[in-house]
Design a protein around this ligand. Sequence first.
Ligand code: SF4
Length: 323
Amino acid sequence: MAENEKETLLRADHVKVYFKGKSRKDGTVKAVDDISLDIRKGETFGVVGESGCGKSTLGRTLIRLIDPTEGHIYLNGEDISALKGAELKNMRRKMQIIFQDPSACLNPRRTVRQILMEPFEIHKMDKGENVEERIMELLQLVGLDSYHLSRYPHELSGGQKQRIGIARALALKPDLIVCDEAVSALDVSVQAQVLNLLQDLKKKLGLTYFFISHNLNVVYQVSDRVGVMYLGKMVEIADYDKLYEKRYHPYTEALLSAIPQVNQEDQKARIHLEGEVPSPTNPPSGCRFHTRCPKACDRCRTEEPALREVAPGHLVACHLYDK
Ligand code: SF4
């Protein structure tokens, strides 16, 4: 089955996430501003963008750790955007998250066994007959063994801690896992091992990932499709190989020019973007990228470009490609 014919697992429809400041003077942070996308069953949808572009907020909103201000989120066709209480808790079993810093998200006072028991406790499944067996199975899935059960997080390496974070995310057999900068805090050699592990688990367990990173190189290694975010907006979405061959948006072009290539002849001239990323409290009018875009024209300053299909399956928000 072709990638674009795969069934949709999760769909975001015009999702906005705004955070109000403490006082009127602080304004409203438009962290995610009108994003629509679909995540297909069994794919890795990678999201890349500079720090503060809203990618983590988007990931957490899709799995309802943050409430959307507007818009709808559908999981297997069911609108989950307004679920509350027991229904929300039940739905959360199907969607899990792996965080960036494994040291910060594992309770230092609990052993590995207790940490892996947490999801079962939360969902009152810890008295089941097979829980101990399942915990051993989880450890084996992530390449650890019974020796680690009685260890505390401070006795583990960074890579081992992240493996425990992955095992915990897998405990309740989720359909979708948000990997939020899941390898960014690890050494490069450990990063490769954890990325390989995530790829193996995806194949073995039929998982779907929403993979967030500021590092386009890492996103390229694992993704089937890639979305590029800038200041709360999705500016380009395409299959990873199509995006590598041809990117349309000037922001994607600049991000890609920063990746070092093995072959010197493939190396693009580095595009240095001028200026800082503007504040999401008061984003620029028109195209939000116009204050830093080397190709901006007058229209870009007043009219916001829509995300349109410019080639099969390749969506871009830029006036340069309007028909
Ligand atoms: Fe640049 Fe204009 Fe395209 Fe925005 S719409 S990316 S400012 S050319």
